[in-house]
Design a protein around this ligand. Structure first.
Ligand code: PEP
Length: 246
C-alpha cells in the first residue's frame, strides 16, 4: 500500500524568518495519514527544519547540482542539502526545464546523485499545451521518464517519487480533470512496470501537480494511480492543510 504524499513547492517565496514562522504555524495542522513535505528555498532549509521538528513534516529542496563538490559557483550539492536537514529534493521541475534549460540528461544525473546521498527525489515530468494538443502527451512523458530514470536499479526506482505536472496547469488555475490526470498517471505506472516489474511499479508514488486547490484535491487524490500532490501556489496558503488531509 502506497502512503500518500503532499509536497508543497514554495518556489522563490518568503524570507528565512517568514518561512520559519509560516512552517511553524502550518506544520502541526497537516498531521494526518499522509507524508507531508515543505520544499523550501535553500536559505530557509535549516530554519524550517527546526520549525517543523516533532510535527512529522519533512523538509525538501527545489533543486541541486549533480556533482559531488567543487568549483561550481552558486550551486548546492546533495551532501550540503542533507547536512542542512533536507530529506526530499524536487528534480526537473518544468520551471527549471523552461528557464534554466534542464534536460532529461541533467535530470538523470541529479537523480542518481540524490539517491546516492539518500535524498528522496521527486522527479517532475509533463507536457506543454501544444504537446497535449498535438496528441503526444503520453509518448512525451514516457520519453522524459525513460531518459530521466536511465540506469536506475529497481531498488532506487522504488524510492523515487514521480510528479506528473502538465505545464499548462502549473500556476495557471487550469487544473487537469481527474480523468486527464489519471490517464497519464496510469500510463506512467504502466511504463514503470515495463521498466522495473509489477512489484516495484506498485511501490512507486506518483503525484499530480498543477493548480491543485483545497476544492479539487480530494477528487484528484482519489484516483487509482495518483498518490498525492505537488502543490505550488496553494502550499503557501492555509489551503495546504486541507490538501494534506485529502
Ligand atoms: C508546482 O509548482 O509544482 C505547481 C504545481 O504549482 P501550482 O500548484 O501553483 O500550479
Amino acid at each position: 500500500m502506497r502512503k500518500k504524499l503532499a509536497a508543497g513547492n514554495w518556489k522563490m517565496n518568503l524570507t528565512p524568518n517568514e518561512a520559519r514562522d509560516f512552517a511553524a504555524k502550518l506544520a502541526p495542522k497537516t498531521k494526518g495519514d499522509s507524508d507531508v513535505v515543505f520544499c523550501v528555498p535553500f536559505v530557509s532549509i535549516s530554519d524550517v527544519v527546526k520549525a517543523v521538528e516533532g510535527s512529522g513534516v519533512s523538509v525538501g529542496a527545489q533543486n541541486m547540482h549533480f556533482e559531488e563538490k567543487g568549483a561550481f559557483t552558486g550551486e548546492i550539492s546533495a551532501s550540503q542539502l542533507v547536512g542542512a536537514g533536507a530529506k526530499y529534493i524536487i528534480i526537473g521541475h518544468s520551471e527549471r526545464r523552461q528557464y534554466f534549460l534542464e534536460t532529461d540528461e541533467i535530470v538523470n544525473k541529479k537523480l542518481i546523485k540524490a539517491l546516492e546521498h539518500g535524498l528522496i527525489p521527486i522527479v517532475c515530468v509533463g507536457e506543454t499545451l501544444k504537446e497535449r494538443e498535438d496528441g503526444i502527451t503520453i509518448e512525451l512523458v514516457r520519453m522524459q521518464l525513460k531518459r530521466g530514470l536511465l540506469r536506475l536499479t529497481p531498488e532506487d526506482a522504488a524510492k523515487t517519487v514521480i510528479a506528473y505536472e502538465p505545464v499548462w496547469a502549473i500556476g495557471t488555475g487550469k487544473t487537469a480533470t481527474s480523468e486527464q490526470a489519471e490517464e497519464v498517471c496510469g500510463a506512467i505506472r504502466t511504463l514503470l512496470e515495463e521498466l522495473y516489474g509489477k512489484n516495484t511499479a506498485e511501490q512507486i508514488r506518483i503525484l499530480y501537480g498543477g493548480s491543485v486547490t483545497a476544492d479539487n484535491a480530494s477528487e484528484l487524490f482519489a484516483q487509482k494511480n495518483i498518490d498525492g500532490g505537488l502543490v505550488g501556489g496553494a502550499s503557501l496558503k492555509d489551503d495546504f492543510e486541507v490538501i494534506a488531509k485529502a
